[in-house]
Design a protein around this ligand. Structure first.
Ligand code: NDP
Length: 478
């Protein structure tokens, strides 16, 4: 397969260079080729989006909804082939990837329905015979910059609300998910997204992404990715006074209290830390355990880690695939070495698969490092979890909050008072009781605190606030 740009309703192959795409489960296999854009392509996409804006913004929400309903139908129809492409491209196990495409179907339906929902309020006026009300209008042209780890769901949870609100979009996906992005765009085009309303620009972040921020006439930017890049996006948008949202990294903690139901807790910890090979912004990276049950939790986790099925992403029995790329492999294995050098490895997964064939990193549970150690403070974005003991609930809370990040946090306990205190005191945008740290529902607001987010929220009704601006209207009829 080859990537293509879609700009102003035309498919074309950009000329900024090529890049071979290899299957991370079997790196000898070349899946396709990416054709990279030049900064001028981003500018052309911006022009196309600006030109298409008045007509799209002027359509009724109901008419825009028809396109999203049709897209939902097509994504459903092509669920398996799209999931297989994405699994092959970035290594997420096929069962998880099918779930992700299904989530995209639900998101498309959810935002389609928003096309006919009331989005304003009538506010009593002080003057007589004045009707005062608010209405929401589109932002305009929106830049969408996405990461590779949810190659279908994240783009759709940005593009669908942007479109239903009447915006037009320039989308720059991560290079590592650009074959999937091309297919996603083909399906949206087939669903009837008009020329210029969505524009796909494939290319490198540092050149094409940066050109989108610096040289394209945008009214808003929605970004998901690392905190380092997100800060650059925020600075560029702030200097242009463009509305932006940045959803960034996490260092999510799961607290296990002595009264937790371990039969349910252990599978939730395993899924939180190791599904998607730990490459979720909401993955459980720190496990903080009441010392009273520390040894038992470690023993049970070690057993569970030993039985994690590691293998090629496209095999249906695989629970954990490879990490997504050579860069990911190098980064994650540097933390594995740190754990071996500075700490103590409590458990390591095993597999019969020849791990040299792909970017496989076996799941690992580590301990024995100070709280300021990189293993406890830095986002690893891989299947490495660090476990810490706490002597009191207060200490557990302090450890939980001792991070610059604030995306997601969980507690496992039967004690209602501790559960409620946790919901109150944990410094995270998603706080959960007896549920893993990962697990985002499209109908709820999603976003982090501290260095994890620009403090805006995505998904649910929150997305409609981001992709619109409010006008306060007043009509004198006396
Ligand atoms: P990056 O920040 O490296 O990249 C994200 C996107 O930004 C990519 O499309 C990238 O392009 C682009 N980009 C890179 N540099 C620039 C630039 N100077 N200007 C404009 N765009 C640029 O993150 P990853 O793709 O590696 O994703 C992993 C990160 O994403 C993790 O830190 C993770 O926590 C975070 N994440 C956060 C989520 C959340 O909702 N909070 C959800 C999922 C992931 P390219 O890759 O092509 O160079």
């Amino acid at each position: 397969m080859e990537s293509r740009n879609w700009i102003g309703g035309e498919w074309y192959t950009p000329t900024g260079g090529t890049m071979a795409v290899h299957n991370p489960s079997r790196t000898a296999e070349q899946l396709g080729t990416l054709y990279l854009s030049r900064p001028e392509d981003a500018v052309a996409a911006g022009h196309a989006a600006r030109q298409a804006l008045p007509k799209w913004a002027g359509m009724t929400g109901a008419a825009r909804a028809e396109v999203l309903y049709k897209a939902a139908e097509l994504f459903h129809q092509h669920l398996d082939s799209l999931a297989r492409l994405a699994s092959a491209e970035m290594g997420k196990p096929i069962t998880e990837m099918r779930g992700e495409v299904m989530r995209a179907v639900h998101i498309l339906r959810y935002y389609a329905a928003e096309g006919v929902r009331a989005i304003g309020s009538v506010i009593p006026a002080n003057g007589k015979d004045v009707l005062q009300f608010t209405k929401r209008v589109p932002l305009g042209v929106v830049g969408v910059i996405t990461p590779w780890n949810f190659p279908v769901a994240i783009p759709i949870w940005k593009i669908a609300p942007a479109l239903i609100c009447g915006n037009t979009v320039v989308w720059k996906p991560a290079e590592m998910a650009s074959l999937t992005a091309t297919r996603v765009t083909e399906l949206l085009a087939e669903a009837g997204v008009p020329a210029g309303v969505l524009n796909l620009v494939i290319g490198e972040g540092a050149t094409v992404g940066q050109a989108l921020l610096d040289a394209v006439d945008l009214d808003g930017v929605s970004f998901t990715g690392s905190t380092t890049t997100g800060r650059k996006v925020a600075a560029a948008c702030a200097s242009r006074n463009i509305k932006y949202q940045t959803e960034m990294g996490g260092k999510n903690a799961a607290v296990v209290w002595r009264d937790a139901d371990l039969a349910k807790t252990i599978p939730a910890l395993i899924s939180g830390a190791f599904s998607s090979a730990g490459q979720k912004c909401t993955a459980t990276s720190r496990i903080i355990v009441d010392r009273a049950c520390f040894d038992e939790v470690v023993a049970r986790l070690a057993d569970a880690i030993a039985s994690i099925r590691v293998g090629p992403a496209l095999e249906p029995e695989t629970y954990m695939g490879p990490v997504a790329s050579q860069a990911q492999y190098d980064k994650v294995t540097s933390y594995v070495r740190l754990a071996e050098q500075d700490g103590q490895v409590l458990a390591r997964g095993r597999t019969d698969v020849d791990t040299t064939l792909g970017y496989y990193v076996l799941p690992m549970l580590a301990t024995g490092v100070a709280v300021d150690h990189p293993l406890v403070q830095e986002e690893i974005f891989g299947p490495v979890a660090t476990i810490l003991a706490a002597d009191s609930f207060e200490e557990a809370m302090a450890l939980c909050n001792q991070t610059v990040y604030g995306l997601s946090a969980s507690i496992f306990t039967q004690d209602l008072q501790k559960a409620l205190r946790f919901l109150e005191e944990a410094e995270a945008g998603l706080v959960r009781v007896n549920l893993e740290t990962a697990g985002v529902e499209y109908q709820s607001p999603f976003g982090g605190m501290k260095a994890s987010s620009s403090h805006t929220r995505e998904q649910g009704q929150a997305a409609l606030e981001f992709y619109t601006q409010v006008k306060t209207c007043a009509v004198y009829y006396g």
